[in-house]
Design a protein around this ligand. Structure first.
Ligand code: FES
Length: 100
């Protein structure tokens, strides 16, 4: 069963990724184009934090080999690389909650 967890007291700054940890999961939250997103903070290709990479349009680009993942769907730029895991995120007043 999934629950909502408060992870931040305020939304990330536009265009930045913030690493958070909830229930032993390493995730990141980002505000991109005014929209909140949450995903696993681990590249599906090799074990590296995606927060070391950067945002490009609506994708997060990994710092190691440059593969990218859609913030909405987790869709991978490479056919042979798994999708990024994404999680529901919401803002209530100023606080940010993630459902895991
Ligand atoms: S480790 Fe992320 S693209 Fe290779």
């Amino acid at each position: 069963m999934s629950s909502w967890y408060k992870v931040l007291n305020q939304p990330p700054k536009e265009g930045t990724m913030v690493a958070v940890e909830v229930e032993g999961l390493k995730l990141f939250v980002t505000l991109n184009g005014g929209q909140l997103y949450c995903a696993e903070n681990r590249c599906p290709h090799e074990d590296i934090e995606l927060t070391l990479g950067c945002l490009k349009g609506n994708r997060v680009k990994c710092s190691l080999h440059g593969y990218s993942f859609d913030l909405d769907t987790g869709d991978s730029s490479e056919d042979d690389v798994d999708h990024m895991l994404t999680y529901p995120v919401k803002q209530k007043n100023n606080e940010i909650y993630i459902e895991v």
